[in-house]
Design a protein around this ligand. Structure first.
Ligand code: NAP
Length: 260
């Protein structure tokens, strides 16, 4: 019997079979969860629906997390279809490519607001709606990166958004933990080649450095991030909340790249 048997959960941010959300979806499905997904517009539905169906999704609906009305409509459909839900996985981020490539000191107000809105506020916006239909003792997880706490070349504005996301994780955990017994955590994944990662400058070099500087001497996979996330939303992690849990092969506690 899987560790998520009898639980219903949403996975937000599946774009294609390279997405971290796909690793998470496969792991949660393997552990017996019933899953629901969002997609961003008609074009994306064509990519998301076949994948979601592979893991037996019972809910696949459109939602842009930049639009409150779309979010309300999406969560209303979740409630209509499922009644209550048990876990939420937020795997969404966005920043204009130029905003990541330009010198950080040149950041515009508009680019900053967009990056923070989609990559950090959207977790709060999803959490507040999900909490309304979540069983007490439910669980939420978001995806973050080491750029939240260190200045990683090429990560710039997204690092600031991830710092806000990690702080939001702690405050959501405090709020929803006290009021509802809901746990909220973040998974800090090592670099993985995905669509979103392609916006980060020198990503190839970043991956090579991360592998060399990690304790396992390699990078991590979507599957490994997925398995850890499945554990965090399961009852096996019932005492874990407000945590940033690293899945980076030990990179963040290592001495760095031995090749430097
Ligand atoms: P990905 O496959 O491109 O996933 C990012 C997802 O965010 C996509 O599904 C994207 O949809 C969605 N999204 C963007 N704007 C949205 C909006 N307004 N409304 C709804 N969805 C929106 O890339 P990923 O690497 O798996 O990223 C997932 C999460 O992991 C992100 O938070 C990322 O920062 C984090 N992370 C990634 C790495 C890495 O190295 N890849 C490492 C640590 C953390 P569209 O494709 O339709 O725009």
């Amino acid at each position: 019997m899987g560790i998520l048997e009898g639980k219903k959960g949403l996975i937000l941010g599946l774009a294609n079979n390279k997405s971290i959300a796909w690793g998470v979806a496969q792991a949660c499905h393997k552990q017996g969860a019933e899953l629901g997904f969002n997609y961003l517009g008609e074009q994306l539905e064509k990519r998301v629906r076949p994948l979601a169906e592979q893991v037996g999704a019972t809910l696949i609906e459109s939602m842009d997390v930049g639009e409150d009305a779309e979010m309300d409509a999406f969560f209303a459909k979740v409630e209509e279809k499922w009644g209550k839900m048990d876990f939420l996985i937020h795997s969404i981020a966005f920043a204009n490519k130029d905003a990541l490539r330009n010198p950080f000191s040149q950041a515009s107000r508009q680019d900053f607001q967009l990056a923070l809105d989609i990559s950090a506020y959207s977790f709060i916006a999803c959490a507040q709606r999900a909490a309304g239909i979540m069983n007490d003792g439910g669980s939420m997880v978001t995806m973050t990166y080491l750029g939240a706490e260190r200045a990683i070349p090429g990560y710039g504005m997204m690092g600031v958004a991830k710092a806000a996301l990690e702080a939001s994780t702690r405050y959501l955990a405090d709020d929803l933990g006290h009021s509802r017994g809901i746990r909220v955590n973040a998974v800090s994944a090592g670099p993985i080649r995905t669509l979103a990662a392609s916006a980060v400058g020198d990503f190839k070099q970043l991956m090579a450095k991360s592998a060399r500087g990690s304790m396992l001497g390699r990078n991590v996979s979507q599957e490994e991030v997925g398995n850890t996330t499945a554990y965090l939303v399961s009852d096996l992690a019932s005492g874990v909340s407000g945590e940033v849990h690293y899945v980076d092969a030990g990179f963040h506690v290592g001495a760095g790249d031995p090749g430097e």
